[in-house]
Design a protein around this ligand. Structure first.
Ligand code: INS
Length: 548
C-alpha cells in the first residue's frame, strides 16, 4: 500500500470476455485523492470496531432516535389531541399543517447544517440541535392553539433536520471505511426505534387526559442526555484537520482505529489534509460554492448525485411516511377502536425489518434488496388499493365516515397489505438512501449529502401536507394506486440507474460511475468480490497491496 502523502491506490476494473467465455478483470492502479484506503488498512487486521467508535456511534445515533421519536409521536398525538387545541376537533388540513411543519423546519435546516458544520464544527452543531429539540418540545407542551402547536413543531423540525444530516456525517467521519455503511444503518435503526417507542408510549397514553402532552414532554429527555454527553466527546478528525488542530486529530484517529501506530496516524492526517485541499477556497463559503460546481461538473459525482437524490426521493414519494404520520388516523377511520395500538404494528414492522436489513444487506446486495423491496411495495400497495375499494368510505366536512361496525374482513386485508408494504420498504429503500455519503468522494461528500437530505425532507413535506387531502379528494383507493404507480416508476429507476455498490470501496464506486451507471460491470465486480471474499478476505487485500 502506498503511503505517499495524499495518494491512495485506486483499482480500475474494466471487464472483458476471455476466449473461454469467462469474465476477466484488468486491474490498473492509479493514485486517487481520498483517505479511505488508509482507514481500511488501519482496521483491516482487526475485524471489530473500537469501543470508542461504538460509543460515538451510539451517542450520535441519539439524533436518529429523536428524529424517529418526534416524527413518530405525531401519529397518536393527532388522535388523542381531541379538542385540546382551540377547543375543537382538528380538521384534516390542520392535522397536515401540524405534521408538515416539522418536515418544513427539517428541510430548511438540513440545507444549511452542512455549511454551519464546516464553520463551527460538527460537535457544536449537534449540541445546538439539542437546544432546538428542547425549545420545540416546550412550546408544544404548552400549546393551547393550533398555531402555537405548529410553531413548536416547526422549531423542533430544525433540530430533526440538523440531526438527520449531521449524525450520519459525524459517524461517517469517525468510522474506518470498512465499518461506515453498517454504522450508518445503526442510526436508521435508532430512527425506527424512536418511532416505535413513540408509538408504544402514545398507545399507552391514548386515554389519559392530556396524554399527548406527556408524550411530547418525554421527547425532552434524549436531547438533554445527548447535549450533556457531547461535552465530553471529540470533534471529527476531518474538522480538526480543517482547523489545523493536528495533535487533537491524531489522538482521535488513534482511539477510533484499531492497531494504529504513529506512522499510520500521520499518513491518515496527510491524506485527509490533501483531500481537504482538493476543493479550492479560502473560507467555508467559497469552498462550499466550489464543491457545488464540482459535483455538477464531474460526471461520476453527478451520477452519484442522481442516485443519491433519486433514492431519497423514492424513499419519501412512495408514501411510507403517510402511514408513519397518519396510520392511527387511517385505522381510526376504518373502524379500529384502539387505533394507536393497532398502528404500533406499522412502527414495529418497520423497526424489525430495518434491523433484519442490517444483518443481510451486504450478503444479499443493496441493488437486489432494493429491487425485491420495491416490487413488494408495489404488490402490497395494490392490495391496499383494492381492499379500500370495498370499504364504504365517504367524507363530510373534512372528516372520514365509514359505514362499518367495527373491523371487517376488508379492514384486516388493509392491515395485512400495510404490514407487507412496511416490511418491503424497511428492508431496502427505508435504509439504503441514508448510506448516501458512500456515493461521494470526500471533496464533495458534505454538499452531496446535503442535496440528498434536502430531497428527503422535501418529499416528507409533500407527503405530510397532502396525504389526508388526497384521501379525501381522490379516495383511498386512488391514493394507494398513485403510490403504487410511483413505486413502479421507482423500480424502473433502480433497475436502470442503481449499480450494485455493496462491498465496493469508494474509489471503485467512482470508477463504476465514471462512464455511465454501469449496472452490468458493477454486478460482475460485486460477484467477483463476494466469491473472493468467501475464499479468504485477507488474501485479496494483501494481493492488491503486494501488486504495489
Ligand atoms: O429511513 C427513515 C425510516 O425509514 C423512517 O421510518 C422514516 O420515517 C424516515 O422518513 C426515513 O428517512
Amino acid at each position: 500500500m502506498s503511503k505517499e502523502s495524499g495518494k491512495v491506490l485506486q483499482v480500475n476494473y474494466s471487464d472483458s470476455e476471455t476466449s473461454n467465455g469467462e469474465d476477466q478483470y484488468v486491474h490498473k492502479i492509479k493514485p486517487v485523492e481520498d483517505e479511505d484506503d488508509t482507514s481500511m488498512m488501519m482496521s483491516f487486521d482487526n475485524h471489530k470496531p473500537t469501543i470508542t467508535i461504538i460509543i460515538l456511534t451510539v451517542m450520535a445515533s441519539f439524533s436518529g432516535f429523536m428524529f424517529g421519536f418526534d416524527t413518530g409521536y405525531i401519529s397518536s398525538a393527532l388522535v388523542s389531541i381531541g379538542t385540546d387545541l382551540d377547543n375543537k376537533v382538528l380538521t384534516y388540513g390542520e392535522k397536515e399543517l401540524i405534521t408538515s411543519a416539522t418536515s418544513l423546519g427539517a428541510l430548511l435546516s438540513a440545507i444549511s447544517a452542512g455549511l454551519l458544520a464546516d464553520i463551527i464544527g460538527r460537535k457544536p452543531v449537534i449540541m445546538g440541535s439539542n437546544l432546538l429539540f428542547v425549545v420545540g418540545s416546550v412550546i408544544q407542551c404548552a400549546a393551547n392553539t393550533v398555531w402555537t402547536m405548529i410553531g413548536g413543531r416547526f422549531v423542533m423540525g430544525f433540530g430533526v433536520g440538523i440531526g438527520s444530516l449531521i449524525a450520519p456525517l459525524y459517524i461517517g467521519e469517525m468510522a474506518p471505511s470498512r465499518f461506515r455503511g453498517r454504522l450508518v444503518i445503526i442510526n436508521v435503526i435508532a430512527i425506527t426505534g424512536g418511532q416505535l417507542v413513540a408509538y408504544a408510549i402514545g398507545a399507552g397514553l391514548t386515554h389519559v387526559h392530556n396524554g399527548w402532552r406527556i408524550l411530547v414532554g418525554l421527547s425532552i429527555i434524549p436531547p438533554v442526555i445527548q447535549l450533556f454527553v457531547f461535552f465530553f466527546l471529540p470533534e471529527t478528525p476531518r474538522f480538526l484537520i480543517m482547523t489545523n488542530k493536528l495533535e487533537k486529530a491524531a489522538k482521535v484517529i488513534g482511539k477510533t482505529h484499531n492497531e494504529s501506530d504513529e506512522e499510520l496516524i500521520q499518513t491518515k492526517i496527510l491524506e485527509i489534509q490533501s483531500a481537504n485541499a482538493i476543493i479550492p477556497g479560502s473560507n467555508p463559503f467559497q469552498k462550499t460554492w466550489n464543491a457545488i460546481k464540482e459535483i455538477h461538473r464531474v460526471p461520476s459525482n453527478f451520477r452519484a448525485l442522481v442516485i443519491g437524490c433519486g433514492l431519497q426521493g423514492i424513499q419519501q414519494f412512495t408514501g411510507f411516511n403517510s402511514l408513519m404520520y397518519f396510520s392511527a388516523t387511517v385505522f381510526e377511520t376504518i373502524g379500529f377502536k384502539n387505533s394507536t395500538a393497532v398502528s404500533l404494528i406499522v412502527a414495529g414492522t418497520n423497526f424489525i425489518f430495518t434491523s433484519i436489513a442490517f444483518f443481510v444487506i451486504d450478503r444479499v446486495g443493496r441493488r437486489r434488496i432494493l429491487l425485491i423491496g420495491v416490487t413488494g411495495m408495489i404488490l402490497s400497495l395494490v392490495m391496499c388499493a383494492v381492499a379500500f375499494h370495498f370499504l364504504d368510505i365517504h367524507f363530510s366536512g373534512h372528516n372520514a365516515i365509514v359505514e362499518t361496525n367495527g373491523i371487517s374482513g376488508t379492514g384486516v386485508a388493509i392491515i395485512v397489505g400495510m404490514i407487507l408494504y412496511v416490511a418491503s420498504y424497511a428492508l431496502g429503500i427505508g435504509n439504503v438512501p441514508w448510506q448516501q455519503s458512500e456515493l461521494f468522494p470526500q471533496s464533495v461528500r458534505g454538499v452531496g449529502s446535503a442535496y440528498c437530505t434536502a430531497v428527503n425532507w422535501s418529499g416528507s413535506l409533500v407527503i405530510a401536507s397532502t396525504f389526508l387531502t388526497m384521501l379525501e379528494n381522490i379516495t383511498p383507493t386512488g391514493t394507494f394506486s398513485f403510490f403504487a404507480g410511483l413505486s413502479f416508476v421507482s423500480l424502473i429507476f433502480v433497475f436502470f440507474c442503481y449499480p450494485e455498490l455493496s462491498g465496493l470501496k469508494l474509489e471503485e464506486t467512482q470508477e463504476i460511475l465514471t462512464g455511465g451507471f454501469n449496472i452490468k460491470a458493477s454486478l460482475k465486480l460485486a460477484k467477483q468480490r463476494r466469491n473472493k471474499q468467501l475464499e479468504d478476505p485477507d488474501k485479496i487485500v494483501h494481493k492488491v497491496v503486494d501488486q504495489v
